[in-house]
Design a binder for this molecule. Structure first.
Ligand code: NI
Length: 177
């Protein structure tokens, strides 16, 4: 497995509408493994292909990624994921994103979603998700259409967050010099 380069805001690759995957083969599975490795190394609970520069409809996730006990890790690979049902109820959850390091903001999402996707072995699957899984799925599937969680914020909250991101990067750059 290999750790892939992570693309951060405002890279243009994060704004692309991703293409559907037409074939699940060993080459694709190798990419899925690399995506998962990258997600674990960066301590994320979800990662979408455009975040590693690939504009294909692929996401990986794990609702419990930082657990030291590897046996309780539960990675999921979703190819061509599509939300086919949304609950009426909504929830607020503080989200972050590996492409906007060190930032978090509260976003409104559907409480439950049903998602159709193709799995690691090329089989068609459906999942009814709630709680954290439902939120991660909505966040990551947004990425495949070039949508970031900051797009769901008010203009004021978004500009505040982006200012904080800029400050974080400046401080990091100074710390490294
Ligand atoms: Ni994200």
């Amino acid at each position: 497995m290999a750790v892939l380069k992570l693309y951060e805001y405002p890279d243009e690759v994060l704004r692309q509408k991703c293409e559907r995957v037409t074939k699940v083969d060993d080459k694709l599975r190798k990419f899925l493994d690399d995506m998962l490795e990258t997600m674990y190394v960066d301590k994320g609970c979800g990662l979408a292909a455009p975040q590693v520069g690939v504009t294909k409809r692929i996401i990986v996730l794990d609702t419990n990624p930082s657990d030291e006990d590897l046996s309780v890790r539960h990675p999921m690979y979703l190819i061509n994921p599509e939300i086919i049902w949304r609950s009426e109820e909504k929830v607020l959850f503080k989200e972050g994103c590996l492409s906007l390091p060190d930032q978090r903001a509260e976003v409104e999402r559907f409480e439950r979603v049903r998602v159709h996707y193709t799995d690691y072995d090329g089989r068609e699957q459906e999942i009814l998700a709630d709680e954290l899984l439902a939120i991660i799925l909505q966040h990551e599937i947004d990425h495949l259409d070039g949508i970031l969680y900051i797009d769901h914020l008010s203009r004021l909250k978004r500009s505040r967050l982006l200012k904080k991101l800029e400050k974080f990067r400046e401080e990091k750059a100074q710390g490294n010099s």
